[in-house]
Design a protein around this ligand. Structure first.
Ligand code: HEC
Length: 168
């Protein structure tokens, strides 16, 4: 097949794709579409397997600790180190969405506000990591922590006490 012909076919494909994207029929309301995501993992799984490990790394990567040698800075010291914590922050961002899925969300009210708050705090941490801004990163860690605590106090008071000391 001559090269020009292939180009033409590809071109028509793109025109068609663009056209159908613009004129696609209205999508069905969410309630009528069968869910295509998997919610086998419950909220406790998401917490202990996804959110807690990622946020622990964030909290362990900001601020200072007092050890035998005096105050030691915890912040990443290399570009790779910051890239790694930025990736953990991305997990926190997306966990906000995971928690908001039907089948996980406990209501359509405060739960959604906390889930969204988690994503927003995660975005703050991502931006701070991108900028390698220690102060902003520390603030974002605190913001994430207050969202965890607020949601636990509303939805799982006994967890609230248990998880309280995790950020130390
Ligand atoms: C939108 C609400 C919400 C947010 C935000 C939230 N949690 Fe939770 N978390 C829960 C609920 C509800 C449970 C209890 C789940 C259960 O036992 O069924 C829980 C339980 C937990 C548990 C115990 C899991 C287990 O093994 O039983 C840990 C650890 C935890 N959360 C950590 C965190 C951390 C860390 C954050 C913040 C980075 C956070 N959570 C943010 C709602 C939330």
């Amino acid at each position: 097949m001559p090269v020009n012909r292939i180009h033409l076919i590809l071109l028509s494909f793109f025109v068609l794709a663009t056209f159908s994207a613009c004129y696609a029929p209205e999508t069905e309301p969410a309630s009528e579409v069968e869910a295509s995501y998997n919610v086998d993992l419950n909220v406790a799984h998401i917490m202990s397997l996804v959110l807690e490990p990622a946020s622990d790394i964030l909290w362990d990567s900001g601020g200072w600790v007092l050890d035998a040698y005096g105050y030691e800075e915890l912040y990443p010291t290399t570009d790779d180190g910051w890239a790694f914590v930025r990736a953990q922050a991305a997990i926190v961002v997306e966990t906000g969405n995971m928690l908001a899925l039907p089948g996980r969300a406990e209501d359509n009210d405060a739960w959604m506000i906390y889930s969204e708050g988690l994503s927003k705090a995660g975005i703050m941490a991502m931006e701070a990591a991108q900028a390698q801004d220690k102060e902003a990163f520390f603030q974002a860690g605190g913001q994430i922590y207050s969202v965890c605590t607020a949601c636990h106090q509303s939805y799982s008071p006994d967890i609230a006490n248990r998880v309280e000391n995790m950020a130390d």
